[in-house]
Design a protein around this ligand. Structure first.
Ligand SMILES: *Cc1c(COP(=O)(O)O)cnc(C)c1O
Length: 236
């Protein structure tokens, strides 16, 4: 069970790291949205985090996320903050409806087919679903993402779909210990972000940075970081 004081200390530490990294890069920490990666954590941990002032949560597995989201919603009392849910996992075609109906954001779209399904399945009464495209950064075969050469075409096709708001790029770079190596991979995504925006893509979100490379990501321009372990502790 995640104690409220333990979580508050973790949150303060993560926010201080974002602040320091932003300052070192001449950026404003307000430009960085903190998403708590709550996979493997119970609804009670999300409730603790919400009460401590964290508003954004990222989930990886639809079947774990839906009951957790319902439980969190049931626990909300009048006047309490409402969580914004991000789907940050790999998305299979047979799970798109659940994501389209229940999440505000999806971060790892890497094929047009998936985006088309999300566009068809997003309920008309809901605001547009915020979409980031995952880019394959680093050579690891196990990681998803569109190759850089195919990115402009995919972005143009997704931008033409209804019910979606194309927001940005996301990556899962190879794990590195050396901050310079971390920054090397993250810089690939930032440079792509700048180049597609120079060509008119109009993206505003650079989704990169986890517990181990938070500072490197903020220094390379992340506008949204996804932090699990350093907020919630080890996953259950
Ligand atoms: C689990 C996860 C994170 C958070 O990872 P930590 O190292 O625990 O901070 C971020 N992004 C994605 C896509 C994840 O699956």
């Amino acid at each position: 069970m995640l104690a409220a004081d333990r979580f508050a200390a973790n949150l303060a530490r993560v926010r201080a790291r974002i602040h320091a990294a932003a300052q070192a890069a001449g950026r404003n920490e307000q430009q960085v949205t903190l998403v708590g990666a709550s996979k493997g954590q119970p609804a009670a941990a999300v409730a603790v985090a919400l009460a401590a002032g964290l508003g954004h949560f990222g989930e990886n597995y639809v079947q774990d996320a839906l009951p957790k989201m319902a439980e969190v919603a049931q626990g909300l009392v009048a006047g309490s903050a409402v969580p914004t849910w991000h789907f940050i996992g790999a998305l299979q075609a047979n799970k798109t409806r659940a994501v389209a109906e229940n999440f505000a954001w999806v971060h790892a779209v890497d094929r047009l087919h998936i985006a088309q399904r999300l566009a068809q399945q997003r309920p008309f009464h809901a605001p547009p679903l915020n979409v980031c495209v995952q880019v394959h950064v680093g050579g690891e075969a196990s990681k998803g993402g569109v190759e850089a050469a195919a990115l402009p075409g995919l972005l143009a096709a997704i931008a033409a779909l209804p019910r979606l708001q194309l927001r940005g790029l996301m990556c899962l770079p190879p794990p590195e210990h050396d901050p310079q190596r971390q920054r090397y991979w993250l810089r690939q995504l930032r440079e792509l972000f700048e180049s597609v925006n120079a060509a008119g893509a109009g993206l505003d979100t650079l989704s990169m940075g986890m517990s181990a490379d938070l500072e490197a990501a903020v220094q390379e321009g992340a506008t949204l970081v996804r932090i699990g372990t350093d907020l919630f502790g080890p996953r259950g």
